[in-house]
Design a binder for this molecule. Structure first.
Ligand code: 5AD
Ligand code: SF4
Length: 466
């Protein structure tokens, strides 16, 4: 099903504002703080960073709390649950602030802005502006517009379905590890997923731009990048490079110490990529996040995932054969429409058979525009909740056993930060495990050997090997 997207770009009738024609008045940012409240995935966190950077360039000052801000933006993900309700309830909490401070402007962006467009402004008069996922770069103009015309309430949420995707990474303090977008949008139309509607069709960044970004980040002290896209495996640059080519070049031609990527789609995961991962170890981390969503082939077909249970397991075999130490994580949806108890059991056995160290599991949540939301055999909420809890219980026990293998091993830990507790530091292993240990903050940015003394599913504890 293809949703007939209505594209909105313009002002609410009566306000007379048109964001595309605005010329930015740099003085508008002067003395005004901006606070962005973020819900959602890494893509949204990355977008928030981009918003802060752009507004900072326009002389706004990023601040730590909504109370200090003149501009409050809610950047909300709409992939699950009822994000629109969350947005309205957060906006509601700013009511008193808005009454006291006539200079305060409230905006909503991200996937919720994209999905709801002018409905947000119509339903909640406290919202001054709305923007989408493809119009972030116009944000300073949009905010300027809202200040320049007191009554302006502006919506700018046009989706550029096929326009080239040129966005350099904008991050204020990249630290040791950061994310680099390589592609956006998605053409897969899994029947449960809103992303193709909120992020538009899939677009890849030119290979040279990604390499340039990573080199710049390396110069700024970044040691690890995670290449980010909704489906990185279908990356294709205009010069004909695929994702494996890109990964190889990032690993070999940028000076970066570690590379990760997310998210992969099983149907596009191929031997060439596994070979590149193997050839570039340890630089390319032996960790793969490979969502399977359901362990049952009938449900997978209804999800429009493009693979069966058997085909997924074949991919896992291919990966494990080449990279025996690989650590795997996955996303799972329970209670997809029509899922029977037996079909859910297939999901449990899949988790056990593959031996995922980490799972991200969710109750199916009907999303607007999607095919599955219209399926008639929706699973009752209490059944979904019970299945999710059962899955987590089974996985918890399994994960404790799996991580025991780390105890006594010495792992290479890239130190990311000092903890709030004096003398403690935290880093990450190539397997994507967080490790807490005693050490000096001077080690931040260095990769050091740490002997693991205690393993828990989410974190490891260890001692620095001197
Ligand atoms: N309901 C529940 N989970 C969903 N996801 C995506 N859409 C939905 C939905 N409608 C999950 C998938 C995806 C992850 C990012 O979010 O598991 O991989
Ligand atoms: Fe959504 Fe991922 Fe499917 Fe694309 S591949 S439609 S982002 S679940």
């Amino acid at each position: 099903m293809e949703h007939n997207q209505t594209e909105a770009s313009g002002a609410i009738p009566g306000a007379g504002a048109n964001p595309s024609s605005a010329t930015l008045n740099q003085d508008i940012g002067q003395g005004r703080g901006v606070f962005i409240s973020t819900y959602g995935c890494q893509m949204n966190v990355n977008d928030t960073e981009r918003m802060y950077s752009l507004l900072e360039m326009a002389n706004f000052t990023p601040v730590q709390t909504a109370e200090e801000a003149s501009v409050i933006i809610i950047n909300a993900c709409s992939i699950r649950e009822k994000p629109v309700h969350k947005v309205y309830s957060e906006v509601g909490t700013y009511r008193k602030m808005k009454e006291k401070n006539p200079d305060l402007r409230i905006g909503v962006g991200g996937c919720v802005g994209q999905q709801e467009k002018e409905n947000l402004i119509k339903k909640q008069p406290m919202i001054d502006f709305v923007f989408g996922t493809d119009t972030i770069d116009n944000l300073p103009n949009l905010v300027a517009q809202v200040y320049e015309n007191d009554k302006a309430r502006v919506v700018n949420a046009k989706v550029e379905h096929r326009a080239p995707y040129h966005v350099e990474t904008l991050v204020r303090n990249p630290g040791v590890s950061t994310f680099v977008n390589i592609a956006k949008g998605c053409d897969n139309f899994c029947s449960f997923c809103i992303v193709p509607f909120t992020r538009g069709r899939e677009k890849s960044r030119p290979l040279s731009h990604v390499l340039m970004d990573v080199r710049t980040l390396v110069k700024r002290g970044v040691k690890e990048v995670t290449l980010l896209g909704q489906n990185v495996n279908s990356y294709h640059s205009e010069c004909g490079a695929d994702f494996a080519d890109l990964l190889q070049k990032v690993a070999q031609e940028t000076g970066i110490e570690r590379v990760r990527y997310t998210t992969s789609h099983p149907k596009d995961f191929n031997q060439k990529l596994v070979d590149v991962m193997y050839a570039n170890q340890p630089k390319v981390c032996e960790y793969i996040h490979l969502p399977f969503q359901s362990g049952n082939s009938r449900i997978l077909e209804r999800m429009n995932r493009g693979y069966t249970r058997e085909q997924y397991l074949e991919k896992i075999q291919m990966i494990k054969k080449a990279i025996p130490n690989v650590v795997l994580s996955t996303d799972i949806i329970v209670g997809f429409p029509g899922e029977t108890e037996e079909e859910f059991q297939d999901t449990i056995t899949m988790v056990q058979e593959v031996g995922f160290e980490t799972i991200f599991a969710f109750k199916y949540s009907p999303r607007p525009f999607t095919k599955a939301a219209k399926f008639e055999d929706q699973v009752p909420e209490d059944v979904k909740t019970e299945r999710l809890n059962r899955l987590f219980d089974i996985h918890d026990i399994m994960a404790f056993d799996l991580v025991k293998r780390y105890e006594g091993l010495t792992l290479q830990v890239l130190v990311e930060k000092a903890d709030s507790v004096e003398g403690k530091i935290t880093g990450r292993t190539p397997e994507n495990k967080l490790v807490h240990f005693l050490g000096s903050a001077d080690l931040i940015g260095q990769t050091v050997p740490v002997k693991i003394t205690k393993a828990f599913p989410a974190v490891l504890r260890g001692e620095l090997v001197q």
